[in-house]
Design a protein around this ligand. Structure first.
Ligand code: SAH
Length: 238
């Protein structure tokens, strides 16, 4: 079983600085965060269908400005969002107050939060975050430890293959410019079987796998079977 790193060492400060610098535009649907806004209804629906969010204790790891965390709170979940970037958290709190949605935010890593929240949550979401940390398996171990037995854990990240490189780095960053150059680093991408293995090593079991399809003309996303680009995993703690 992979062990949880004990301190906040599993963080890339360049990534945190980058997210801090972009934070003010988090809720601007025409900014670099447009893809997250467009993906959100689809991932929310999928999570809610599987885990029935209403009344559930949920933690969103690497919540950023709170796009998913807030949407889950609107569905009636008791949500806490954590992140190590202070500015996105400020924006997340500000936005929740604007729209009068009740949820909590905290400045913490998954590993640190896990030391005080063992088997505390029914649902954990960790979306578009694992490709930004030095050691994803440590985050996954922390997630597993925070989850109640039978609880749901949702991950999403980007596959590592030439097609994913072409679409998410060359296409999105250099051609369509939907993401700023430097958003993603190919070597941090994770193949689905690697992520599944890391999660299984921590006592999580795969329930469902979805790919993320993007139509560059309509700029819409949808959940598809093909997981060759970005993908999402639904897992359960055994
Ligand atoms: N999960 C959100 C935001 C994704 S952006 C969504 O899908 O809508 C990635 C987020 O991960 C950023 O907010 C960044 O600050 C955060 N992050 C990166 N490394 C982290 C770490 N080690 N611990 C916690 N959060 C981290």
């Amino acid at each position: 079983m992979h062990s949880v790193q004990s301190t906040n060492t599993n963080v890339d400060q360049h990534e945190i600085a980058r997210f801090n610098a972009l934070a003010s535009r988090w809720w601007d649907e025409n900014s670099e965060f447009r893809p997250l806004h467009r993906i959100n209804p689809h991932r929310l629906e999928w999570i809610d269908q599987l885990a029935s969010l209403e009344g559930k204790k949920v933690i969103d790891i690497g919540c950023g400005g709170g796009i998913l965390a807030e949407a889950m709170a609107k569905r009636g979940a008791q949500v806490c969002g954590i992140d190590l970037a202070g500015k996105p958290l400020e924006i997340a709190r500000w936005h929740a107050a604007q729209v009068d949605v009740k949820l909590e935010y905290a400045d913490s890593s998954a590993e640190e939060w896990a030391t005080k929240h063992h088997q505390h949550y029914d649902v954990i979401t960790c979306m578009e975050m694992l490709e930004h940390v030095p050691d994803p398996s440590s985050v996954i171990a922390a997630c597993s430890s925070m989850l109640k037995p039978g609880g749901w854990c949702f991950f999403s990240t980007i596959n590592r293959n030439p097609l994913a490189y072409l679409t998410t780095i060359i296409g999105a960053e250099y051609v369509l410019r939907t993401l700023p150059i430097g958003t993603h680093h190919y070597h941090k991408f994770i193949r689905p079987h690697e992520l599944i293995q890391m999660a299984e090593n921590c006592g999580l079991q795969l329930i469902e796998k979805k790919g993320l399809g993007y139509n560059p003309i309509t700029q819409n996303f949808r959940l598809i079977r093909f997981t060759g680009m970005a993908y999402l995993l639904a897992m359960k703690k055994v």
